[in-house]
Design a protein around this ligand. Structure first.
Ligand code: 13P
Ligand code: SF4
Length: 325
């Protein structure tokens, strides 16, 4: 009860400060439900990484507060270099970004000059600057299909699971970096099969950063936004969801009468480390959000030259997404 009261006070103050500072809150589905609710209530957005990028770029506010992980803040800054971009904490990174340092990535690209370089948005600005294309999970298949149709062979980084999924959907010639998301990598095939036996009427929704054996059991595979749409469209009333459990806040709003169940991250011989919740997304909290709103700090800076280069591949993605729509 005490915590609820203090959140009500914090929420009112945050709302006031957002207005005062000409700021808008752009939150990912994996962040704390209170931050998602605040973004909704104050004209911000709660979205997947593609929509966060688009929303931040198009919004008139002079300050973007990005609740998510660092690459999302950097993307916002690259696309809107004249805006101030703050995050509740700059410590929030991503295992995919960490597992793809620009030096070794560039050396890898140099070995295959004939291949088109496609990187997932979950990378640093410097890695994006070295790429021809940036994609998010919501348009990865469409972009790779387009490049494959043009006869292009690709380098793909950093998520090997998403890469393999895209390869299986498109048949493209892709060499894959060996990165992984520590959250999605933990979903377990056998435990999921066992769960399906318990809930034979349930549909399974899977984010494509998950292992192939888990994806093979899915009724729907897609980005966070696409999974929420699938939850609405599928006829099943029970849904087993293999992605970060913070998505349940928006998913349950979209399907209030359906039952949502977390896909298993533990099973025979397994230890649950992330337990279906990204430790870096979880660093975004009401306290540090208020701290930056009150006092500033935690500002994203991107080297302008790197940003200029990264912007080309990011804009290419946004243009492509616009054409798709
Ligand atoms: P989405 O683009 O699907 O929101 O994915 C971002 C992410 O980090 C998933 O782990
Ligand atoms: Fe990165 Fe995985 Fe966290 Fe998404 S859930 S931000 S891919 S570590």
């Amino acid at each position: 009860m005490g915590a609820e009261v203090s959140w009500e006070i914090q929420k009112a103050r945050a709302t006031e400060l957002l207005l005062q500072k000409d700021a808008v809150l752009v939150a990912h589905y994996y962040t704390d439900a209170r931050l998602q609710a605040l973004a909704e209530a104050t004209g911000g957005c709660v979205a997947d990484s593609l929509e966060m990028a688009r929303f931040g770029q198009q919004h008139a506010a002079s300050t973007l507060i990005v609740a998510g992980v660092r690459f999302m803040g950097e993307t916002a800054k690259i696309l809107s270099p004249d805006k101030k971009v703050l995050m509740p904490t700059l410590e929030a990174t991503c295992s995919l970004d960490m597992g793809c340092p620009v030096e070794s990535f560039s050396a890898w690209c140099d070995r295959y000059p004939e291949r088109v370089v496609v990187v997932y948005a979950n990378t640093s600005a410097a890695v994006k600057a070295r790429a021809d294309w940036v994609v998010t999970s919501s348009i990865a298949v469409a972009v790779v299909e387009h490049l494959h149709d043009q006869g292009q062979a690709l380098l793909w980084a950093p998520d090997q699971y998403l890469g393999r999924y895209v390869q299986s959907k498109t048949g493209a010639d892709m060499l894959l970096w060996d990165g992984a998301c520590i959250v999605h990598e933990e979903f377990k095939e056998q435990a999921l099969r066992d769960m399906k036996q318990v809930y034979p009427e349930a549909a399974v929704l899977v984010h494509p950063e998950s292992p192939a054996a888990v994806i093979d059991l899915a009724d729907a595979v897609g980005s966070t936004s696409q999974l929420i749409k699938a939850a609405q469209v599928l006829p099943q009333q029970t849904l087993i969801v293999a992605t970060d459990k913070a998505i349940f806040y928006k998913m349950q709003q979209a399907v209030p009468h359906k039952t949502l169940i977390e896909a298993p991250t533990a099973g025979v011989g397994a230890t649950c480390r992330s337990c279906a919740h990204c430790p870096w997304m979880a660093m975004n909290q009401p306290d540090n959000l208020l701290q930056v709103l009150e006092f500033g700090g935690q500002e994203i800076h991107v080297d302008p030259q790197t940003g200029e280069k990264a912007r080309i591949s990011l804009e290419r993605m946004l243009d492509f997404a616009r054409q798709l729509r």
